[in-house]
Design a protein around this ligand. Structure first.
Ligand SMILES: *Cc1c(COP(=O)(O)O)cnc(C)c1O
Length: 224
């Protein structure tokens, strides 16, 4: 199959999953995770109308976003504090805010650049020890503290479900994050506007859509 066929296939599945739960597929942003491919494949997919791309390493995000600045670049991978400078300004959204000192550094770099950086808090819903992410019990105090950081805006939550062959295994994880999102969206926090829920990858994006994701991050299903 070609990249064109793959993209069309994923988009059809997005529509089908959305219709199943009476959602408008237009409210779901597909981030094409391009971490395994070179810029030529990315250009091909961009030419098909795909605008959002995701990378998990700063060393790749920087040159790719410079080669294709018309696209929107998402930083989805774990971020080291000393790499923040290269992401702020080149990424439209950082999905992987997983600790306080990273928030402080993003805020500092954004202030130096005179911008406000949109970020998602990565939440470790499944409680896997080896996984990054803020523990659910710490989310509210974290959101409170974000009020001090004027050059950051928390725009939502991201999570990764445990790896599994069976996409249904992810459903309770997505469902739980959706519940947190619903509840906290109704609260007022400074520098916080919880519009995004980033969950679902090639394995489980249809389940994620059924459970309320409005950003899905799909790599393999497009770029294989
Ligand atoms: C690689 C990656 C994805 C995409 O995974 P696929 O299984 O290739 O769709 C999504 N999110 C994150 C954080 C990733 O690192």
């Amino acid at each position: 199959m070609s990249l064109k066929d793959n993209l069309a296939y994923v988009k059809r599945n997005i529509e089908r999953a959305a219709f199943k739960v009476n959602r408008d597929p237009a409210e779901i942003t597909l981030v094409a995770v391009s971490k395994t491919v070179e810029i030529d494949a990315i250009r091909e997919v961009y030419a098909l109308g795909q605008v959002d791309f995701g990378e998990n390493r700063v060393q790749a995000l920087k040159p790719k976003s410079e080669a294709l600045p018309e696209a929107r670049w998402h930083m989805i991978g774990q971020l080291q504090t000393n790499k923040v400078r290269d992401v702020v300004g080149s990424a439209c959204l950082i999905h992987s805010l997983d600790r306080w000192n990273l928030a402080e550094e993003i805020d500092r770099q954004a202030r130096l650049k005179g911008i406000r950086m949109p970020v998602l808090m990565e939440i470790n819903i499944a409680g896997e020890e080896q996984k990054a992410g803020i523990e659910p019990v710490d989310v509210e105090s974290f959101l409170d503290a974000i009020g001090q950081l004027r050059n950051i805006q928390v725009q939502g939550f991201m999570t990764m479900a445990p790896l599994s062959e069976d996409p249904e295994q992810a459903r309770p994880v997505f469902n739980e994050l959706k519940a947190w999102h619903q509840r906290l969206k109704a609260c007022r926090y400074k520098n916080v506007d919880l519009r995004w829920l980033s969950m679902g990858m090639s394995q489980d994006y249809e389940v994620a859509i059924q459970e309320g994701a409005n950003i899905i991050r799909v790599g393999t299903a497009i770029f294989h």
